[in-house]
Structure formats: C-alpha cells, structure tokens
Design a protein around this ligand. Structure first.
Ligand SMILES: Cc1ncc(COP(=O)(O)O)c(C=O)c1O
Length: 379
C-alpha cells in the first residue's frame, strides 16, 4: 500500500489530458496543460475575434489585475508588490538595472544557480560576481553564505530550489547575512513556487521571482516578480517600458515617472495568452488546496526515492529530507539515451548531465512512479 496522502487529488487527473496518454514526470520543465487553461485560451481567442482592441480596455486589463491578485494571494503578499514580466530573465534584468554598483560592486551567487541568474551580473561591466561553491555538488549550508558576503556586496542573489539537484535552501539565514552587511537579497524561486510553500516576506527576501511555466501549471510567456513594498521606490530601473510608467496613457515623452508599485519593472505589453493559461493553473491550485498539493508532492518524492534506491540506482540529492523537493536526479551512464528510450514508452522525464531528472506533481500517482523505475531498469 502506498502512503501517499490525498488520493482525492487524483480526480484532478482528468483535468490534464496529457496524463491520459503519457506518464508525465517532467513538471519542473513544463507543468501539464489543463482543460481549464485551454478553456481560457478559447476565451482569449473569442474576445480577440469578437471585440478586437476593446477587449484590452474592457476585459484584459481586468484579467491582468486578477492574475496579480492571485499571485499575491499565493505568496502572502500585497497586490502592489507583484509585477509581471515576460520571463524570469527579464525580471532579473530590470532589477539588476536598478541597483547602484558604484560603492558596492559585488554580487554573491551560488555555483549551483541557474545560469540566467548569474548572467545578469556577468553581463554588467564593473560588477564582480562572487560564486559560493557547493562542496557536494548538491547544496550549500546556509551558514556558508556569510563567509562570502561583506561591505563590498551590493546584492546576494540565489535560488530557493536548485534546478539541477532539487536542494531547498534555508532562505532566512542567507537574508540575515545579506542584510547584516547592508546588501539586498534576491531569490529566484522559479523551481520552488508551486511545489513548496513560498512566502517571500517571511523568507527575508527583498525581491522574489517565479513564474507560471513549471509547477504553477500556467505555461511560458510570463514571470511573476515580488518586490518588498518598502524597497520598491528605492529601486529605480535604468531600463524601462511604458507599462512601468506611472501615467501610462498620458503618453508623455518629456519625462519618465515610474509607477510606485512593482509594476514599474514591467517590460512592455504582457503576453495575454499566458495571463489566461496562468489564471487556469492558479485557480486549480487554489481549488485543490496548496497545502495538500505540497504534502502530496513530498510524499510522492519520498516514495519514488525509496523505489529508486530499491532498484539499485544512485540519486544526487539532499541527505536531509528538509532540503529535498520534487526534483529527483537519478544517475545514469547514458542519461540522454535513457530519457529518449523512456519517451518511446510514453514516459516523459528529462536529463541534466549524467542524471535523469524526474519531477512528480500532485497529479501523479504511485503507480506512475513504479512504471518509471521499472522502465528505467529495463532501458
Ligand atoms: C531556477 C530557474 N531560473 C530561471 C529559469 C529561466 O527563466 P526564463 O527562461 O523565464 O528567463 C529557469 C528555467 O528553467 C530556472 O529553472
């Protein structure tokens, strides 16, 4: 018998057609598409087709506000703290443009961070990027960060969950070390939001970035940016868009006044199809119950880890369950080949280097975990 809780969540499987045709274990790359989101895409097309530009003013602006509100609720935040950008990279670019590097020119990141996070500062002339190394290639003990942060540090920027190991960082001690040195703290939560609890303010962040693509089941084309309300006015971007201007529809070109909320970091017209698909994903989250979703992902993960160990495979991941998430890395001598062969059997996973990467979401089942491990043995 499986100990995975909330079997009632399995009724949501019918909402995701791909689950009827595939063993889908790759939500950390791209969450499954729901009927709800497809229905919303239909609404988007219908409105475009029947209303044209008036859909913008009469309805779509409201949908954008609704999306910000839903993200705010999910992250225990205020609507004014939420901005929408076309990607995590764009959100990071806008924030990185708003920081003064003249007195402090260092940005501290982790060796294990996703490249786009590090690239923001490698791209900036005069900024020195300091990388905190990982001894085991899996994670970094939170207390280690303080050794790399000092009065030269403008910003500490790192991931909530490392994309290639699933390691969950303890954010508060890192935030405390950054703030004690007078630096800002930015968190890339793309691999966290939707699979573990996220509360940017409680975690001590000044900036937190995530998006709908992966665990939040909303597809590509947008990212969600949270900026602590008390910090928003201090951060004046040096890249801009008319969506970030205070009085957007005054069309003034003699001056630029930024909005007072996190909308100041916007980068142009938002992708409406994604506003709609993201709303679908967030509604499903709210209805399924976030806490249940997180519990189920953790239980599926632990059960899958047990099956993998029993099958004799080696896993790269945190020894301590408190640092584990739903990203599971299984060592394989031909990870790319194994992923290809699994795909031929209808099992969708991914690979990074010499590891097969599986990421069960709340809609997966213990049977699917068993099917994956059996197939991995067979290939
Ligand atoms: C942790 C993390 N940050 C950032 C990104 C990339 O974000 P974007 O393509 O929206 O810039 C990814 C993509 O996989 C990621 O896993």
């Amino acid at each position: 018998m499986s100990a995975v809780p909330h079997p009632e969540l399995e009724r949501w499987r019918a909402e995701f057609p791909i689950l009827g045709t595939h063993t889908y274990l790759n939500s950390c790359s791209l969450g499954a598409l729901s009927n709800r989101s497809m229905g919303y895409l239909g609404e988007y097309q219908r409105l475009w087709n029947t209303m044209g530009a008036s859909a913008w003013y009469e309805l779509w602006v409201g949908r954008i506000a609704e999306l910000r509100g839903r993200v705010a609720k999910l992250w225990n935040a205020r609507d004014v703290e939420i901005g929408l950008t076309p990607s995590v990279s764009a959100a990071l670019s806008s924030i990185s443009s708003a920081i003064d590097y003249t007195r402090r020119n260092r940005v501290v990141v982790a060796d294990l961070d996703f490249p786009t996070l590090v690239y923001q500062w490698l791209a900036k002339p005069g900024v020195e990027v300091v990388r905190v190394p990982s001894d085991d290639g899996i994670g970094i003990p939170a207390e280690r960060w303080a050794e790399y942060i000092d009065e030269r540090t403008a910003l500490v920027a790192t991931s909530h969950v490392f994309y290639s190991t699933g390691y969950v960082q303890d954010l508060k001690p890192i935030a405390d070390a950054a703030h004690a040195a007078g630096a800002l703290f930015l968190v890339d939560g793309y691999q966290a939001a939707g699979q573990i609890p996220v509360d940017p303010r409680a975690s001590g962040a000044d900036v937190y970035v995530g998006g709908p693509l992966k665990w939040l089941l909303g597809g590509p084309g947008l990212a969600f940016l949270w900026v602590k309300e008390e910090r928003i006015r201090e951060l004046r971007p040096t890249i801009a868009s008319w969506f970030g201007a205070r009085d957007q529809f005054s069309f003034r070109v003699d001056e630029l006044e930024f909005r007072d909320d996190a909308g100041r970091f916007s980068m142009g017209t938002p992708a409406m199809p994604t506003v709609y698909t993201a709303l679908g994903g967030l509604e499903i989250f709210a209805e399924a119950g976030e806490a249940k979703v997180f519990e189920r992902i953790a239980a599926l993960r632990e059960e899958l880890l047990g099956l993998i160990a029993d099958a004799g495979f080696e896993v790269k991941g945190a020894a301590d369950a408190a640092h584990r998430s739903g990203i599971i890395m299984v060592r394989h001598h031909d990870a790319a080949g194994a992923v290809r062969k699994l795909a031929e059997r209808g099992i969708v996973v991914d690979f990074r280097g010499s590891y097969v990467r599986a990421s069960p979401h709340f809609y997966n089942t213990p049977d699917e975990s068993r099917a994956f491990v059996e197939a991995l043995r067979a290939v």
